[in-house]
Design a protein around this ligand. Structure first.
Ligand code: SF4
Ligand code: SF4
Length: 482
């Protein structure tokens, strides 16, 4: 009787080469693997023809590799699942556990804002919020119930996080102060480490507020769109007047005084504002922000500010140039500050393989002034997306499950053959809802961008790993929400 020999097949990976080192980005696991010359040869051989394990070993030895090296290469490829039994099924991340503990709470302290930025997802043409008849400012009672919900739902987590959001967060600064004191006391009782951050448009910062932020090490992200003419294009007051001149001195003072946490800027790119490099250097060098991150505006197609395809290409070219600058700084052991690269490198370093694009509705929820629980800050005050209320029984597990089932990578068939899925997992639920009317729809309008960006960051990761691996140690401390 003759034994049936099963030829090996190649697993799912994306190859890249840096400084004559070959790497595999292992899609099912999200790991990055430096492959030996014998391993690379084994992949080429399997690509040419189906071979069983002993045939592959013989072919490698035929090509001049020592038996030990060839065996070692095949074993490593197996362990990494870069080669495998062809009867294996597609590996997708497992369903998250039913009672995934909460890690982050976003408190929308108010749904009011003192600016009228024209592209705002909260007030603009694509808003999902239905705030009529609901409170405009969060009360202490709702804030207390929200913090209690975080504490009760985060058991088993050593570190938890509260982010303050709006509207304009600082329009409800008294409540922010109250929450910091209350939540710190509760976290101490529970033996958990709690930290805070906030997002602001910067116009209401005052010396008293800055002192409080410094004293309590509260991380701050300022929404700013660059130099005056770019910032004032869309970030305006209700009378149309730009906000740059009001916020610039306040933000500079914040950056100068806030020495307990690095201050970040978040830039929204629109059809009108696309000069990534100029904006970056203005905010990093003239203001002194430690980090500057960019995101294209979320909008339905054909809005005046929606970025058109040719501009997306232009933006990508500038992202590339800045990312290369980041790489060179990293190799020299310096912090560059382009946070889009740091965020992606942190995820690659953690070998992240997402079941969902982000923590929304999973390890993170948003709570609005009414106490409604939303998957994240962007869905706050939206009746259609509410997942319960902190004053009325907390999280509705049935609604949460429905939201998470829709957003799971397993339900996004377009993504199943995409090498970028460990990091992307279909992209932002809110973006998907605005574009496709469905939070679980993959953001297919961004795929080329995402794949280009992932490939670029893989190459940067590989080059840093080869030339200055110590730089990557910082990402041990910067574990992304999983
Ligand atoms: S949305 Fe596009 S880029 Fe993202 S995982 Fe799906 S197919 Fe890939
Ligand atoms: S990626 Fe989108 S859905 Fe996820 S937390 Fe951010 S805004 Fe919300």
């Amino acid at each position: 009787m003759t034994a049936t020999v099963t030829p090996l097949s190649l697993g799912e990976f994306h190859e890249f080469r840096v400084e004559s080192v070959d790497f595999l980005y292992l899609v099912p696991s999200g790991g990055i693997f430096a492959v030996s010359p014998a391993g690379r040869q084994a992949i080429l051989l399997l690509r040419e023809q189906p071979l069983a394990a002993d045939e592959l070993l013989a072919a490698l030895i035929d090509r001049g590799y020592a038996k030990d090296d060839a065996e070692e290469a095949i074993r490593e490829l197996f362990e990494a699942r870069a080669i495998r039994d062809p009867r294996g099924h597609q590996d997708l991340p497992q369903e998250p556990v039913a009672d995934f503990p909460l890690q982050s709470l976003v408190l929308n302290l108010t749904n009011q804002c003192n600016l009228s930025c024209q592209y705002c997802y909260e007030f603009g043409e694509d808003k999902v919020a239905t705030p009529d008849g609901k409170p405009k400012f969060m009360s202490e009672t709702v804030a207390k119930a929200s913090v209690d919900h975080l504490l009760a739902s985060s058991q088993g987590r050593r570190a938890i996080h509260i982010t303050f959001f709006g509207g304009e967060t600082l329009m409800n600064f008294p409540l922010l102060k109250w929450v910091v004191h209350y939540a710190l006391g509760k976290a101490k009782e529970a033996g958990q480490y709690l930290d805070f951050s906030l997002t602001t448009n910067g116009t209401l910062l005052s010396p008293e507020i800055i002192d409080f932020l410094v004293e309590h090490s509260i991380g701050v992200t300022v929404s700013m769109d660059g130099p005056k003419e770019m910032h004032d294009a869309l970030r305006v007051y209700a009378n149309g007047k730009g906000s740059y001149d009001i916020l610039a001195p306040k933000v500079k003072s914040l950056i100068q005084k806030h020495n307990t946490r690095p201050i970040a800027a978040r830039v929204t790119l629109t059809q009108q504002v696309t000069s990534v490099k100029e904006i970056f250097h203005h905010l990093r060098n003239e203001f002194g922000f430690a980090e500057v991150g960019f995101a294209p505006v979320t909008a339905a197609p054909k809005r005046l500010y929606t970025i058109e395809n040719n501009n997306m290409d232009r933006i990508f070219e500038q992202f590339k140039e800045l990312a290369v600058e980041y790489r060179d700084w990293a190799i020299a052991g310096r912090m560059h500050g382009f946070s889009n690269v740091s965020d992606t490198l942190a995820e690659l370093h953690a070998g992240i393989n997402k079941s969902h694009p982000c923590g929304a509705g999973l390890g993170l929820v948003g709570v609005g002034p009414s106490g409604d629980i939303a998957p994240c800050h962007r869905f706050v005050d939206s009746d259609a997306h509410a997942l319960g209320n902190v004053m009325e029984g907390g999280l509705d597990k049935g609604k949460q499950k429905e939201f998470l089932d829709k957003g799971h990578i397993g339900a996004k068939f377009d993504c199943h053959s995409c090498f970028a899925r460990p990091l992307c997992a279909g992209g932002c639920h809110h973006e998907a809802f605005v574009r496709y009317g469905d939070t679980g729809h993959p953001n297919l309008h961004f795929c080329d961008w995402i794949r280009g960006w992932t490939d670029l960051c893989l190459n940067i990761y590989g080059e840093i790993a080869v030339k200055n691996p110590a730089f990557l140690d910082q990402f041990e401390q910067r574990k992304p929400l999983q």
